[in-house]
Design a protein around this ligand. Structure first.
Ligand SMILES: NC(=O)c1ccc[n+]([C@@H]2O[C@H](COP(=O)([O-])OP(=O)(O)OC[C@H]3O[C@@H](n4cnc5c(N)ncnc54)[C@H](O)[C@@H]3O)[C@@H](O)[C@H]2O)c1
Ligand SMILES: [Zn+2]
Length: 360
């Protein structure tokens, strides 16, 4: 078992990671003195997991309510947000009550935003069940819902009371979702964590097999890296931007395919290759280091070809990206392996070559 303490000026919290972290012992501090609990989850999370959570919470004398969202990104909507708020009001939830987010990033982002606004803020617990949510969305306090004008445009920074990462839930996760989560883990290796990067390179079989010791290690190192970065920059005004490595290109890929053909992590994997290529063209990393990154992504089958996208499609979406400030594209590049930085300084020709190279 591993515990990481995430520092915060407003609300520090612990992340507990183990193969069976969801126990009464780890819930104790969170459940004390509650009278009502709302468990928010989604329709594709296997019933056996939901039964397990309910059984554990059932050991406390609280009245347990469940709100089941339809699985999928389209549920991170204003409509569902108000529906949950109505549910809480109707059932007279008070400020001392608790929300538990039990699911992937969709459930986590929604639950966090509901918690941050209901009665001006009630406590919530994150129990992430996808690899992506375990290493990314459950840590860092960003909450959000989507609008018809774009994704994640309404939200808040609001930390959970605790994050409980129970590896046993990953058993049922579809292979594609697992791989997409691995892409974000590779990202932590590339931007900051050399030890993790080397481990990922050397332990492909164990990781592809979801061996528990390997899972615990890569999740621990990922959360540690994210926790360090977000503690330095809680509101994303500086260093936190390096977490967007590969994301400028990745978002363009997702948007161009209407968020259908590629999962977020899959698109980010391609984006990381492009950003790494640009880092090479800008003489920050060597060709050998680029080849290492490419080989690593190949090991996890995360090197996808883009059949239907042109260079122009990229520039169109990148210009619309909310992270483009005053017309200049800010991008995360690698200074070295495991050392990323944000810059607006790069050659236009290198930028286009880095994208086009992948489209061939
Ligand atoms: N807040 C942040 O900092 C942050 C960071 C990254 C991503 N996000 C958000 O996270 C969301 C994506 O999260 P996600 O990738 O977890 O997707 P998701 O929540 O849609 O989950 C993916 C699918 O897996 C299913 N699932 C979840 N747990 C399962 C399990 N244990 N077994 C089998 N199936 C399971 C879900 O029902 C869903 O169908 C996006 O909305 C994104 O914007 C937020
Ligand atoms: Zn991401």
């Amino acid at each position: 078992m591993k515990i990481i303490s995430v520092k915060s000026k407003t609300q520090p919290y612990d992340v507990v990671i183990s193969k069976s972290a969801l126990t009464k012992k780890h819930l104790q501090s969170v459940m004390a003195k509650r009278s009502k609990v709302l468990l928010i989850t989604d329709s594709k999370i296997p019933k056996k997991h939901i039964i397990k959570v309910k059984k554990i919470i059932g050991q406390y004398s609280v009245s347990l309510h469940t709100y089941l969202m339809n699985a999928g990104e389209s549920s991170k909507s204003q409509k569902v947000f108000f529906d949950i708020q109505d549910y809480l009001l109707k059932n007279r939830f008070e400020r001392s009550d608790l929300i538990i987010a039990f699911g992937g990033g969709v459930v986590g982002d929604m639950s966090g935003f509901v918690a941050s606004t209901y009665l001006r803020g009630i406590d919530y617990l994150q129990v992430p069940t996808t690899l992506l949510s375990q290493v990314d969305s459950s840590v860092g306090g960003k909450t959000a819902i989507n609008t018809r004008h774009g994704k994640n445009l309404i939200g808040s920074f609001y930390n959970p009371l605790k994050v409980i990462i129970d590896l046993s839930f990953l058993e049922t996760l579809p292979e594609r979702e697992y791989k997409a989560g691995l892409a974000e883990i590779i990202k932590y290796g590339l931007i900051k964590n050399k030890k993790l990067l080397d481990y990922l390179f050397a332990n492909e079989i164990k990781i592809n097999d979801k061996a528990l010791d390997a899972l615990e290690y890569i999740i621990y190192e990922s959360v540690k890296t994210k926790a360090k970065i977000v503690s330095m920059d809680e509101k994303e005004s500086g260093v936190r931007a390096i977490l967007n490595f590969g994301h400028t290109f990745g978002h363009a890929i997702e948007a161009h395919h209407n968020y259908k053909s590629f999962l977020h992590g899959e698109a980010v994997a391609i984006g990381m290759l492009m950003a790494a290529k640009l880092s090479q063209f800008e003489n920050h990393i060597s060709e050998k280091q680029f080849n290492f990154i490419e080989k690593l992504l190949n090991q996890y089958n995360l090197n996808y070809k883009l059949k239907k996208m042109t260079y122009k499609d990229f520039t169109k979406h990148i210009k619309q990206d909310k992270k483009v400030k005053s017309g200049k594209v800010r991008i995360v590049l690698l200074k070295r392996l495991s050392n990323a930085f944000v810059t607006e300084e790069f050659g236009q020709l290198n930028f286009s070559r880095a994208i086009k190279q992948h489209l061939q």
